[in-house]
Design a protein around this ligand. Structure first.
Ligand code: ADP
Ligand code: MG
Length: 347
């Protein structure tokens, strides 16, 4: 069932089009990640959905109820939408019980039991209820903010870069905990992030924003392997781009000829390969190249190759397991796993 429908939403701040005819449909229970560079309109979109901002035009409909129709909007507190901001925004003068309890309706019969239940839901020790926000770690603060948002039993949860202030290691574990909590509660979630790894691992639906526009939506793997344009390709990971000559069902580039979906196109185009698609072997088959550099990164290493010895040719990077780490100066044969992707409309 489609739960949230955003249609042609636009919002300007003076000369800046923060949102430019954004449309997005979200199925109930989905986890959506919205990614895009800083300033692309991600926060503005969440604030419009939450009801903190009114759009200039367009509609927002949740569970069949119209929440915004242009500047006419339903107030935020009537929306059954939870919101967790980047810094959690806890009330510093209230303890955890006060913060989480803020979201529990006044007339709820057993507030104490509900508080404990919410703490358990976000995997925090109920003994922490008496602490103040400054006595908690960053990850714990974010879980309290999540518990406060969950207290109102929202139909939709909006998370605006909630993990970005946390250290890398903690970030991964808090993100997984939050994903678990929301899945358990069955709440539709929209996560905003500028971290592509976070988006690819969290979401079952990914939406890419740029300059106020939604440029592509789909499953994470679909967008990773079949990006709509070069910017999206590069935003979602490392990409190797080659100029190519298109034939029927195949493309030719400096590395040879490959089968590819060409969709009837002819002439020149740009193909994309992910660095992990290259297979390097000391013997053929494949296109000969030599190893210009090897950067060790732990589990993986990044290998810079060149198709010609002594300059010229094309240079590209491959990602290989450190167990298969080649030597600088070595000659290898390069083959490709899977197919190159012909970027739409590019040339
Ligand atoms: P993101 O969250 O993707 O970084 P934002 O939605 O915060 O992007 O901002 C989108 C654009 O709108 C930016 O150019 C930003 O400067 C502008 N903007 C956002 N909020 C306001 C505001 N309250 N007043 C003026 N400009 C704003
Ligand atoms: Mg933002």
């Amino acid at each position: 069932m489609t739960q949230l429908v955003i249609s042609d939403v636009s919002k300007r701040y003076g000369a800046i089009a923060a949102l430019d005819r954004v449309s997005l449909a979200v199925e109930a229970g989905r986890r959506v990640a919205i990614v895009g560079p800083s300033g692309s309109g991600k926060t503005t979109l969440l604030r419009v959905i939450a009801g903190f901002e009114a759009p200039d035009a367009g509609t927002v409909v949740l569970d069949g109820q119209v929440l915004a129709d242009g500047p006419a909007i339903a107030p935020a507190h009537r929306r059954r939408i939870g919101y967790v901001a980047q810094d959690g925004a806890l009330f510093p003068h209230l303890d955890v019980a006060g913060n989480v309890g803020f979201g529990i309706p006044r007339n709820e019969p057993d507030r104490a039991a509900r508080l404990r239940e919410l703490m358990e839901l976000v995997e925090l020790d109920p003994a922490m209820l008496e602490r103040r926000p400054h006595e908690l770690s960053g990850g714990q603060q974010q879980r309290v903010a999540l518990a406060r948002a969950l207290a109102r039993k929202p139909a939709l949860m909006l998370l605006d870069e909630p993990f970005s202030a946390l250290d890398t290691g903690l970030r991964e574990s808090v993100r997984q905990a939050v994903a678990r909590v929301l899945a358990k509660a069955g709440i539709t979630t929209i996560l905003v992030t500028h971290d592509q790894g976070e988006a690819l691992s969290f979401a079952d639906q990914l939406a890419v924003m740029r300059e106020g526009r939604l440029v592509q939506t789909g499953r994470p793997a679909e967008l990773y392997w079949r990006p709509a344009d070069v910017e999206t390709a590069l935003f979602l990971g490392n990409a190797v781009l080659f100029e190519a000559e298109i034939a029927e069902g195949s493309v030719s580039c400096g590395l040879g000829e490959f089968e590819a979906e060409t969709g009837g196109r002819r002439g020149a185009g740009t193909i994309m390969l992910r660095p992990e698609q290259f297979l390097l072997s000391p013997v053929g088959p494949g296109h000969e190249a030599f190893i210009e550099n090897v950067a060790f990164r732990g589990a993986q290493c990044t290998v810079t190759l060149r198709t010609n010895h002594g300059g010229g040719g094309i240079r590209f990077t491959a990602q290989v397991s450190s167990m298969d780490r080649p030597q600088i100066g070595q000659t290898v044969f390069v083959s490709v796993k899977g197919e190159p992707f012909l970027l739409p409309g590019s040339r």
